[in-house]
Ligand binder design. Structure first.
Ligand SMILES: [Zn+2]
Length: 339
């Protein structure tokens, strides 16, 4: 726009036509105001839809003693967050749930009733739950103190030797279709396990390179059948407590509540309080595989930790009697590690 046209535009805006336009606009505005000046009933402003007042229901878990069922109930309650959950209750639920998790984890570790990995995961969950309370700006001092204690006990539990115990996956008897034990021919464990003896199976059918789990299960069944049915044996069950195949799979043998049958001696005296582990394979012909040795090491460490068995009480079969079992390589490995 140049200077001339801008001056003209200013003149037009203040001319008679502009004044008429302004009057017309004012009239329209007055007409629009009429209803609110009393001609009709004014409409009330729209109200937001009514929301029911939140009703805080006292959750049943609040009055229950600590139990697994109560913990599950609290978990469900927390999962179903609703308006009826107020912040104080949610905090209380978190504290109770995680205090319960830590308590049960401690019991599980003491009694060995759950795999350490499972327990560790649960304690880790608890630790995070306590942390949530600590991070909650609306949490009171009492809640924070409980949460702080909770974190401390969770961390202590995670650091405990029992929780850091190596995890073993054991193929249980039902998986390899073990025959039921003839318990009338078994001797119950007296006292506690105090030593460990390692064997080889002298089993030509067990794979040298690992093989499938089905093959190893078949070998376990054959050994059990031999130990239970051979006229010179006729034992109540497979003689060993554990078997390890070349792939490093660990199989549950005779249950640990029974004394084993593997180390001989007059009247089987060498079996007393002696856990028997059999490495599948003929180690007079070849050495055990690294995978099998790794699992053997994990198993021995786990059992030693659980039963407080000193390293010097881990034996090769040949230390008890005239035999080459478990072969030169494995005997040397054991001597090197546990003597
Ligand atoms: Zn042996």
């Amino acid at each position: 726009m140049n200077r001339f046209s801008s001056r003209r535009a200013a003149r037009v805006a203040t001319g008679p036509r502009a004044i008429r336009g302004a009057l017309f606009t004012l009239l329209l505005a007055l007409l629009g105001l009429l209803p609110s000046l009393g001609c009709t009933t004014p409409k009330p402003p729209p109200r937001p839809p009514l929301e029911p007042d939140p009703v805080v229901v006292r959750p049943p878990w609040l009055d229950k003693d600590l139990s697994w069922e109560t913990l599950v109930e609290i978990e469900d309650w927390l999962d179903n967050q609703s308006t009826a959950h107020n912040a104080d209750l949610v905090r209380e639920a978190r504290l109770r749930l995680n205090e319960g998790r830590v308590n049960y984890s401690r019991l599980d570790l003491d009694k060995g009733t759950a795999p350490p990995k499972t327990v560790r995961d649960r304690v880790e969950l608890a630790r995070m739950g306590f942390q949530q309370v600590l991070d909650d700006p609306s949490a009171g001092q009492a809640s924070k103190t409980r949460a702080k204690l909770g974190v401390q006990s969770a961390v202590a539990l995670l650091d405990s030797p029992k929780a850091s115990k190596l995890d073993l996956v054991i193929v249980d008897r039902s998986r390899w279709k073990a025959k039921p034990a003839r318990t009338d021919r078994l001797t119950a464990l007296k006292g506690s396990w105090s030593r460990i003896t390692v064997h080889h199976s002298d089993e030509s059918r067990s794979s040298q390179t690992g093989g499938s789990i089905e093959e190893s299960e078949e070998v376990a069944r054959l050994i059990q059948k031999f130990h239970m049915e051979d006229p010179e044996h006729r034992w109540g069950d497979i003689g060993y407590h554990y078997l390890i195949d070349s792939a490093g799979r660990i199989f549950e043998g005779r249950e640990l509540r029974w004394q084993g049958a593997h180390a001989g001696g007059p009247g089987g005296v060498n079996n007393t309080q002696n856990i028997g582990i059999c490495m599948l394979g003929d180690f007079l012909k070849r050495p055990p595989t690294p995978a099998a040795l790794k699992s053997l090491e994990l198993l021995i460490e786990s059992l030693r930790g659980q039963y407080k068995i000193p390293a010097t009480r881990v034996y090769a079969h040949k230390e008890f009697t005239t035999t080459q079992c478990p072969g030169p390589a494995l005997s040397a490995w054991l001597k090197n590690k546990y003597d």
